[in-house]
Ligand binder design. Structure first.
Ligand SMILES: NC(=O)c1ccc[n+]([C@@H]2O[C@H](COP(=O)([O-])OP(=O)(O)OC[C@H]3O[C@@H](n4cnc5c(N)ncnc54)[C@H](OP(=O)(O)O)[C@@H]3O)[C@@H](O)[C@H]2O)c1
Length: 333
């Protein structure tokens, strides 16, 4: 996508809470620059452009897609708007970095992937943890026998009452609620750790203020492996997982994003009680952005995103049938 001479020029769509952090990551990634930011109102776009040091403020998202100085977009809108704007960007020949969840459903996610393939543009969902160098070590330990045979995976992702005024997370029509917001991370972790899709899922939610605010789910994999997840807005911050094997467990307490001011860390707990600690360096977001604008195939990360939507679809189907054990669609086509 880029070469030594030309930067990839990003336009930012939306001015939400997460935008500031990702814009800083874009601006500090080699061969990348941010040339424009679009908001529904010019006033808001101008305010954020000035705040972030972005040259152009744009009124309306469509106008941003038409600009000559944009090669790629970063979409940080509520989930219900992701597929519409990712597809619109791809149809303009722009590469896409889209906030998580990629879409509302597997079908929407597949539509994004299809249009991007047709238009020969690259896409990633902005799920940073998959790109942290630490995640390569997770993969090695899980697959090289360091933990023995994997028996169970558990993940917990929560924030206690994180809402601000007019928060899209409390608006079901915008894709709010913890299933897509936090379940995205936990289901993605299960998909990653098991290197495949669950066969069946059972899920339960607690609804408050019209959206799911607590999700508990169980997964059944091939070979007898099981997984459980707990997500919600009613317990203190948790972003951890355990991958339990026959000889040791891999434990991480900050997998979605390392704790501020602390080393990026994880542990292997042996059956004997011996603990092996590991720490890591690196910015997961800058690696993610570099991959998007690089030449390497993105297929393995795209597959995790599409599979995560298949799991979330099954979770929603189970919720709709009062927690029944439902099959997970296995094939994307
Ligand atoms: N990767 C991460 O670590 C991470 C962390 C937090 C959030 N996220 C994801 O990032 C996305 C945005 O989250 P956020 O918390 O930044 O959202 P937010 O603060 O609610 O901002 C969303 C932006 O979308 C635009 N928008 C357009 N139509 C809207 C509508 N009807 N209602 C509300 N906003 C509308 C607004 O920008 P304008 O008014 O300027 O057009 C608004 O600023 C979500 O998908 C979320 O899951 C990711």
């Amino acid at each position: 996508m880029s070469n030594q001479q030309l930067n990839t020029r990003f336009g930012v769509i939306g001015t939400g809470r997460i935008t500031r952090r990702l814009v800083a990551d874009l601006q500090s990634t080699e061969n990348v620059e941010v040339t424009a930011i679009a908001s529904r109102t010019l006033e808001r776009a101008r305010w954020y452009a000035d705040q972030y040091g972005i040259a152009s403020a744009v009124e309306g998202y469509e106008a941003l897609l038409q600009r000559e100085d944009v090669d790629a977009v970063y979409i940080s809108l509520p989930p219900s708007m992701h597929s519409e704007w990712a597809i619109a960007a791809a149809e303009q020949g722009l590469h896409v970095l889209c906030e998580k969840p990629l879409a509302l459903s597997a079908d929407q996610a597949i539509a994004i992937d299809t249009v991007c393939q047709e238009r020969d543009v690259r896409w990633l969902d902005a799920t940073g943890w998959l790109h942290h160098p630490r995640t390569d070590s997770f993969r090695d330990w899980i697959s090289d026998g360091r933990l023995g045979d994997i028996g169970h995976v558990s993940a917990a992702v929560s924030f206690y009452q994180p809402f601000q005024s007019d928060d899209h997370r409390l608006d079901a029509s915008l894709g709010g609620g913890c299933v897509l917001d936090l379940g995205w991370y936990a289901c993605g972790l299960v998909r990653f750790a098991c290197n495949g899709l669950p066969l069946e899922v059972s899920a339960d939610v607690v609804i408050r203020e019209g959206v799911p605010q607590r999700l508990t789910a169980m997964f059944w994999m091939a070979g007898g492996v099981t997984a459980t997840i707990s997500c919600g807005y009613d317990t203190a911050t948790r972003k951890w997982f355990e991958v339990a094997g026959s000889t040791a467990s891999l434990i991480c307490d900050d997998f979605t994003r390392p704790w501020a001011e602390r080393p990026t860390r994880c542990w292997i707990h042996e059956a004997s009680g011996q603990v092996e600690g590991h720490t890591f360096q690196g910015s997961q977001e800058r690696v993610m952005i570099a991959r998007l604008v690089g030449e390497q195939s993105l297929a393995k990360w795209q597959k995790i995103a599409l599979d995560t939507h298949l799991i979330l679809d099954a979770i929603n189907a189970s919720i709709a049938s009062n927690g029944s054990r439902v099959p997970v669609r296995q094939v994307i086509q």
